[in-house]
Design a protein around this ligand. Structure first.
Ligand SMILES: Cc1cc2nc3c(=O)[nH]c(=O)nc-3n(C[C@H](O)[C@H](O)[C@H](O)COP(=O)(O)OP(=O)(O)OC[C@H]3O[C@@H](n4cnc5c(N)ncnc54)[C@H](O)[C@@H]3O)c2cc1C
Length: 311
């Protein structure tokens, strides 16, 4: 049995949440076989060209069928987050950033109406393999959590933050285009949410840098220059190589420590997701300048400025 299959669904509801976000609820009997994993579970969506459901591939050999379609009629594929899954009613909530008519996903979401067809590529319930579609995996014993996200990763960050255990301490920094995009969500007692609005000139980078002073102890072997904002030096060594892998490939930057990797930074763990260049810079700061153990940082490029997500 294949671990991932296409699920044919139809739009049930469209709800405008804010200037930037639309929530599209899709439903279908096929979702009886969908495995909801919670947290930042990612799925792929296939958008039907011209709204023609007949062009959406089905069945276990969907990849071959999809690739066989001439490129100009092939349904575009994009990655999204399961904001909520309600198995009892076979419904999925998907929160889309409306970033204009420039990409097929944003264009589809901006025009979505009840009844429109869509295909979700997702995990099959009951499949015995490991869960591979959830990046959130802080090691046991993590004491301080930092989540930093822009609007594309807001659905994932809010899904994670809403389900943390009461004893977990998390700071969640969310950069959205407008103040009105601060879509409140329920959080357990240990979660602090900081909203930033780009229209007010507020940015993830500087705010996260300031927060780190309290969240991350200066590690042994790292001079206290980090406190003053100057580049940190390692004492007695050349460091452990570049902070991030070279970032000139086609793939978005993505590095998620193995689940269960030892926490090496005083129980601190960071989950960074959003525009590729921004998360690379943040990760470089944490690992290269603050001395945070790279196994304590998950970073994920969700989109790349000026570039379509590759099919
Ligand atoms: C694991 C994962 C989970 C994701 N979850 C979500 C989610 O729940 N909701 C969500 O909205 N997005 C999410 N994304 C991001 C989404 O996949 C990308 O934004 C995707 O590029 C959108 O496809 P598109 O067809 O609209 O634009 P594309 O055809 O991919 O791009 C066209 C142009 O739009 C620009 N662009 C793409 N995305 C954005 C953006 N967000 N803001 C501004 N400009 C943009 C590109 O730089 C390009 O110039 C997720 C990505 C990943 C990897």
């Amino acid at each position: 049995m294949s671990a991932y299959l296409p699920f044919a669904v139809r739009v049930l509801r469209v709800q405008r949440l804010s200037p930037t976000f639309v929530r599209v609820t899709v439903a279908g009997e096929s979702l009886a076989g969908f495995a909801g994993h919670g947290f930042d579970q990612r799925i792929n969506l296939l958008f039907p060209p011209g709204g023609d459901a007949g062009l959406l591939p089905t069945g276990p050999d969907w990849v071959d069928r999809w690739q066989a379609v001439p490129a100009d009629r092939r349904p575009p594929l994009r990655t999204y987050t399961v904001r909520a899954f309600r198995p009892e009613s076979r419904e999925l909530d998907l929160d889309f950033v409306l970033h204009g008519d420039v990409g097929p996903a944003s264009r589809w979401a901006g025009a979505a109406r009840p009844g429109d067809p869509l295909t979700v590529i997702g995990p099959v319930a009951g499949h015995p393999g490991p869960v591979a579609d959830v990046a959130w995996a802080p090691p046991p014993g993590t004491g301080r959590l930092l989540l930093a996200a822009d609007e594309a990763a807001l659905p994932a960050a809010s899904a994670i933050a809403g389900t943390l255990r009461p004893e977990e301490r998390a700071t969640v920094v969310l950069e959205v285009p407008e103040p009105a995009d601060a879509i409140e969500f329920d959080t357990p007692a240990g979660v602090t949410v900081i909203w930033l609005a780009r229209s007010r000139g507020e940015r993830l980078g500087p705010v996260v840098r300031d927060l780190l002073t309290d969240l991350v102890p200066v590690p042994a072997g790292m001079t206290s220059s980090v406190r003053s904002g100057r580049p940190a030096e390692r004492v007695g060594g050349s460091g452990d190589g570049p902070a991030v892998a070279p970032d000139d490939g086609d793939d978005d930057p993505w590095d998620v420590p193995e689940p269960g990797a030892a926490a090496g930074s005083g129980g601190f763990y960071a989950w960074l997701a959003g525009e590729a260049g921004a998360v690379v810079a943040l990760r470089r700061h944490l690992v290269g300048e603050r001395g945070v153990d790279r196994r304590s940082v998950a970073f994920m490029g969700y989109w790349r400025r000026g570039r379509s997500q590759p099919n």
